[in-house]
Design a protein around this ligand. Structure first.
Ligand code: SAH
Length: 455
């Protein structure tokens, strides 16, 4: 995939100083998905064009993907090598990192100035919607020329290509131009090539500083940049000026799900464990939180359902993560009601909203497998509180929140269970409420932290 930026500012070769990249010397750098190249197809005092080329390595894309999508050739046959996407934005940070901060050692005054630029993105996925590119870039002062071409001239019946050929012209600071592209390329692409987390909010706010808040498409940009993850959008929106006028910013209230994951992560980080089991990992929500924490060197997610595990693989975008991340995580199928030697040798284990999925009469099998056999030093168990169900008016008394819950316990039921287990297997246990505590009903969920007692 390719991005070119031309300036006609005189002398145009000053572009090299602004980008900290010598026009006479092509450069090459490694990216998580392949390689990036920066070079100058033309460099005269009148016109200077820089090109950023990203070569996507299909073998890198294919790693860790075996069996995930059921389409074995998918990593090799796709548009990712050609179509501008978030990979291009990441490459901008590698290739043009200093320029994106607005610094220039040799030409600081030019970096602060607006200059004439022309940008060309020859293949930008946008589902053929020309108007969207205009709605994104025109409010930022660019003249937008976007067109689509036939998918294949020999086969006009195949119709238009879903990719835009986009040209932008504008007189802006280079730092702003790069920030606009950095944010808006993945927004126009809008496919999920990678997993997003809180770090992405920081990037959006950093590169959106000074223009995003007032942009007429602010909400659409935020939603797409954060890959439609609602909790992240809410957290980002708390930083924007409200429609009721400046000064009425509201702090974000994290969702119950976010609070519960944060509480879990905090407990695991505090345990000092570096190897962690996520037992009944489901779609991988907790693993996604743990993966960026360098403390954790080995993570194993286990679930009984292959369907759910396939979704976890998709959500975690394992194949697109750098190798250093991928190597730390294993997802595997298994049942917590059977002894499993793969669970041994880990320092901590999480059972998040899992125990209530087993028949109460079979819970002893899980106790034996986790506490008796795997025996991690720390075990965190979380489960909904039964009392809190009264909050949901639509839930008939006695019904559980989830059709697949075999039971839901009050705190008065959960705590004696946990104390009995701790006693039986040589652990000490403490309890925490998770989520906003209701004055009458208590917390929506409860958590027990077990620690293996020294012999
Ligand atoms: N921990 C995840 C998922 C909770 S849902 C989260 O908090 O998001 C409960 C999960 O437990 C489901 O994914 C279900 O497939 C899994 N599960 C149920 N019984 C299991 C068993 N016997 N062994 C392993 N996993 C089980």
């Amino acid at each position: 995939m390719l991005l070119t930026i031309l300036t006609t500012h005189a002398p145009a070769t000053d572009l090299g100083y602004l980008l900290h990249k010598n026009p006479a010397r092509p450069s090459r750098f490694d990216l998580p998905v392949g390689q990036g190249h920066v070079f100058y197809p033309e460099a005269t005092p009148e016109r200077c064009t820089v090109a950023l080329l990203v070569e996507v390595d299909s073998v890198v894309l294919s790693r860790g993907r075996a069996g995930a999508s059921g389409l074995p050739l998918e990593p090799y046959v796709n548009d990712r090598p050609y179509a501008a996407s978030s990979f291009l934005s990441s490459a901008m940070r590698e290739g043009f990192g200093t320029a994106m901060t607005g610094r220039s050692k040799e030409r600081p005054e030019l970096a602060a100035q607006t200059l004439p630029f022309e940008v060309h993105l020859p293949a930008l996925p946008s589902r053929g919607d020309v108007s969207l590119a205009e709605r994104m870039f025109r409010p930022l002062g660019y003249q937008v020329t976007a067109g689509t071409t036939l998918l294949d001239e020999s086969f006009p019946e195949w119709g238009q290509s879903p990719y835009l050929d986009l040209k932008l012209e504008g007189t802006v600071r280079l730092q702003d131009l790069l920030a606009h592209l950095y944010v808006l390329i993945p927004v126009l692409d809008d496919t999920q090539h990678y997993y997003v987390d809180e770090a992405e909010i920081d990037k959006l706010l950093r590169y959106g500083a000074g223009w995003l808040d007032a942009h007429p498409e602010r909400d659409l940009i935020t939603r797409r940049f954060l890959k439609h993850r609602r909790a992240l959008q809410r957290a980002a929106q708390a930083h924007f000026t409200d429609d009721d006028g400046p000064g009425s910013e509201r702090p974000a209230t994290p969702t119950l799900n976010e609070q519960r994951l944060e509480a879990l992560k905090a407990a695991l980080v505090a345990s000092g464990a570096v190897t962690v089991l996520d037992l009944g990992c489901g779609e991988g929500n907790l693993l996604a939180k743990l993966l960026p924490e360098r403390q954790f060197t080995r993570l194993l997610g286990l679930d009984v359902s292959p369907r759910v595990l396939a979704r976890a693989r998709d959500n975690l975008r394992l194949n697109e993560l750098p190798e250093s991340y991928r190597n730390r995580l294993t997802l595997t199928q298994g049942s917590l009601t059977y002894r499993d030697t793969r669970l041994q040798g880990f320092e901590a284990a999480a059972l998040v909203e899992v125990i209530e999925h087993l028949d109460e009469g079979r819970l002893w099998t899980l106790e034996r497998v986790v506490f008796g056999d795997a025996r991690p030093s720390t075990v965190v168990v979380k489960t909904p509180t039964e009392e809190f169900n009264a909050r949901w008016a639509s839930l008939p008394a006695g019904d559980t929140r989830h059709a697949d819950h075999r039971f839901e316990w009050t705190r008065a039921q959960f705590q004696p269970w946990a104390e009995r287990v701790a006693d039986e297997f040589g652990y000490a246990v403490t309890f925490q409420d998770v989520g906003e505590v209701d004055a009458h009903l208590g917390p929506p969920t409860q958590m027990a932290v077990f620690r293996l007692e020294a012999l």
